[in-house]
Design a protein around this ligand. Structure first.
Ligand code: PMV
Length: 347
């Protein structure tokens, strides 16, 4: 079909890994399977305006972020288009104007690559669907996740929700290294509407880019054991999510977070990405859990911010605890309340 002009808008979420992806082989294949909660409030909204033009050798696009032209973000997106070009040859036939905004503050230490790249991938798939109306929803989601992965591995987990597995795993039917799939089993009700409060401990620039980070696992003395452990943990977590054993959930999720940071501390070069306040918060969470017979727990990304995870039934009490105590350890007392969401939405 010939399409002269088209415009599509998508809202796509960020995600937080429970079993972490850390280590890849080229171009963008994970060394172990990972699973994440899809978030709801933390998202990117991206609109792409496609205008037909003469076919050219380079991908032709303009980029606006929060209304302003952002040439400094262009190389990353140009690299993404280069990687997806073989699978989306039509991008050479359009001039694209991309407008993007995040619901969360820029450089808050919340990774925007997962939501940002999955949003572009969804817009490309909307164009592809216009060009070829036979595409099924299942194909569109799979291919969007496949494309997003080529930009940033974790972005493959930002198309669907509430739980997404990326990486081939014997106990997850349909799982693949090439794209994320929805967790295929019925999840126990305790994990429905799970809460995630993101405590912004340090909003500075990332000390370790994820490319550098993943490379630290090459020749890492503990790498092979780590990859085995992550896959084992995913198998265990799959059972836990189904049977509702929340104590086991807390134990596994916190262990995964600390292991991710342990990998960084034991690589060469080595990094400590936690800040003193990260540790203060972790200790406060542990005391609170014990004193209140609570099931609150934490997880971490490759940075100092803390994600506080808790069931919906504890929302009121934990939010009080966050506002009264944990907020004191955040930069400018900033935190974001979020919860598990259901994936990309066309606007
Ligand atoms: O998607 P990347 O390449 O930015 O890597 C993300 C890695 C972690 O956020 C630390 C873990 C994960 O699985 O999301």
């Amino acid at each position: 079909k010939n399409i002269e002009k088209a415009i599509f808008s998508w809202q796509t979420p960020s995600n937080i890994a429970l079993v972490k992806y850390w280590g890849k082989s080229n171009p963008q294949l994970p060394k172990n399977a990972s699973i994440s909660f899809t978030l709801d409030n933390c998202h990117t909204i991206t609109t792409i305006d496609f205008e037909k033009k003469e076919i050219s050798e380079n991908v032709d696009f303009n980029l606006f972020f929060e209304g302003k032209q952002k040439d400094e973000f262009k190389p990353k997106i140009a690299e993404f288009f280069k990687r997806v070009a073989d699978y989306c040859p039509y991008i050479f036939e359009y001039k694209m104007t991309i407008n993007s905004e995040n619901s969360f503050p820029h450089s808050s230490g919340i990774a925007s690559s997962a939501s940002g790249l999955s949003a572009i991938a969804m817009c490309l798939m909307s164009l592809e669907k216009e060009l070829n109306s036979d595409l099924s929803l299942e194909f569109i989601n799979k291919k969007a996740s496949f494309l997003a992965r080529l930009g940033s591995g974790s972005a493959s987990r930002s198309v669907e929700g509430p739980l997404v597995v990326w990486g081939s795993h014997p106990e997850i039917e349909g799982s693949s290294d090439l794209f994320g799939v929805k967790f295929p089993h019925k999840v126990h009700s305790i994990f429905e509407n799970y809460q995630d409060a993101i405590l912004l401990v340090d909003k500075g620039e990332k000390q370790v880019s994820s490319t550098v980070g993943h490379n630290l696992m090459t020749n890492h003395p503990y790498a092979e054991n780590r990859f085995v452990q992550a896959n084992d943990n995913l198998g265990k977590l799959s059972e836990i999510l189904q049977n509702g054993d929340i104590k086991a959930f807390v134990n596994l999720v916190e262990s995964e977070a600390l292991t991710l940071h342990a990998m960084m501390m034991t690589s060469n070069p080595y990094f400590i990405l936690m800040k003193p306040n990260t540790l203060e918060i972790i200790n406060k969470i542990w005391s609170y859990r014990q004193e209140n017979n609570s099931n609150i727990c934490f997880t971490l990304d490759a940075g100092a911010n803390v994600h506080v995870l808790y069931p919906l039934s504890e929302k009121e009490a934990v939010n009080q605890f966050i506002e009264n105590e944990l907020a004191n350890y955040c930069q400018k007392k900033q935190y974001i309340y979020d919860s598990v969401g259901f994936g990309a939405k066309q606007l």
